[in-house]
Write a protein that binds this ligand. Structure first.
Ligand code: NI
Length: 245
């Protein structure tokens, strides 16, 4: 069940039974020579929507632009400054809380977002402390690749060349949902270099095609299907527990 594809009486009826919602959150940033710019937002969205369909969980609109300054030397990347993202997440949370939502499960697709998401949670809780007394609002952050069962599956599917950016796992998840996006691109070098990340220009100098430590030419629709199935199972179990906490 998706919020933006629902009518308000349906949300009112959902709230009578549950105060919890999943919000996919990601980024719009370069993902190497064969990965979609939307990869991080799409992975969270694909997994959240399937979990929503299977378990009757309400899924909010995707927060699809995040912390991507370090990818700005590659065309197509869009970034928010951290203060903008914190403000926007706070407004989303307050809007949902106004209607009675008390548990916001943010399913994240971008590692670079985590510090800012946690800062946004502090801002949200600050507002809840000093605002009018309301039932407690709780937020939870889960990176999809850290869901129970998923980390091990990534290692099993791609023991070499998983890397940390433009990974075969995340590219596979998007190809599973959008098979028309499959691109066969020869990677050179086969496995990308690794190293520290500074700003956008430094990033492009160190990682000229955008990848870090990965070989996403290994990505496949089949692997994506396995990863999505495992992640959906993990989200449903964890969300149910969080909703009742
Ligand atoms: Ni990514």
């Amino acid at each position: 069940m998706q919020l933006h594809l629902s009518c308000w009486p349906e949300i009112e009826a959902y709230l009578a039974a549950s105060k919890a919602i999943v919000i996919p959150i990601g980024s719009t940033e370069q993902h190497g020579p064969n990965g979609l710019l939307g990869t991080d937002a799409l992975c969270a969205e694909i997994i959240a929507r399937r979990a929503g369909d299977e378990a009757g969980i309400l899924v909010g609109p995707t927060f699809n632009v995040g912390q991507a300054q370090h990818h700005m030397a590659f065309p197509g990347t869009i970034t928010l400054r951290p203060s903008t993202m914190i403000a926007a997440m706070t407004d989303w949370a307050q809007s949902l809380a106004r209607h009675g939502f008390e548990r916001l499960y943010w399913l994240n697709g971008h590692g670079g977002n985590t510090a800012t998401i946690n800062a946004a949670f502090s801002e949200i809780y600050h507002g809840a402390t000093f605002g009018p007394a309301r039932p407690p609002l709780r937020c939870m952050l889960r990176n999809w690749w850290e869901l129970p069962g998923v980390t091990d599956l990534c290692k099993q599917l791609f023991p070499v060349g998983e890397g940390s950016h433009a990974t075969p796992s995340e590219v596979s998840v998007t190809w599973f949902a959008y098979p028309e996006a499959v691109k066969r691109v020869e990677m050179s070098p086969k496995i990308a270099p690794t190293g520290p990340i500074a700003d956008a220009e430094d990033y492009r100098r160190r990682f000229p095609d955008g990848r870090i430590g990965s070989d996403p030419s290994q990505a496949s629709v089949e692997a994506g299907g396995k990863l999505v199935a495992a992640a959906v199972k993990g989200v449903i179990a964890e969300f149910r527990q969080f909703a009742e906490s």
